[in-house]
Design a protein around this ligand. Sequence first.
Ligand SMILES: [Zn+2]
Ligand SMILES: [Zn+2]
Length: 182
Amino acid sequence: MLDTRELGRRPGTQRTKSTSVEAPAGLGIDVLGVPEGSTVDLDLRLEAVMEGVLVTGTATADLEGQCVRCLEPIDERITVDLQELFVYDDDHGAPRGDDEDADVSRLEGDLLDLEPLLRDAVVLALPYQPLCRDDCPGLCVECGARLADDPDHGHEDPIDPRWAALGEVAVAQEVPADRPQD
Ligand SMILES: [Zn+2]
Ligand SMILES: [Zn+2]
């Protein structure tokens, strides 16, 4: 929560604020994210506008995760851009339409909650398939060895033909849904 009281409400008034917060739980996706409790550095500019407070700036945090191909730990630092208008909550307590305002961020009194904004920005910035490096060769399908550690890795014996046959069966069963059944 960020207190905006000292900003005041005169449109055009600006404040910059550098602060750090503890990362909330679940900041990221399953395979990659900001560890809970780690430090997120915020560099923000708060600007009073007619409707509320415009927040722009950046958040910088450490990421931990796993390469989806070889399961090697990933340890990186990311910086994401933040931008959001928080509307003054002047009708505090008044009933509002459920759907109408769902996408609007509101101040809670003088406080603004950065967590949803931070969460969206971080999740959007993450790759769906994090890799330890762009050309990660992954794991050997036969023995699970990490191919990046052993590029010449190979096996004398070809894949067991019984497994190969199973693969073909699986493909053949993918019948279009609209095809009439016999
Ligand atoms: Zn990898
Ligand atoms: Zn192998």
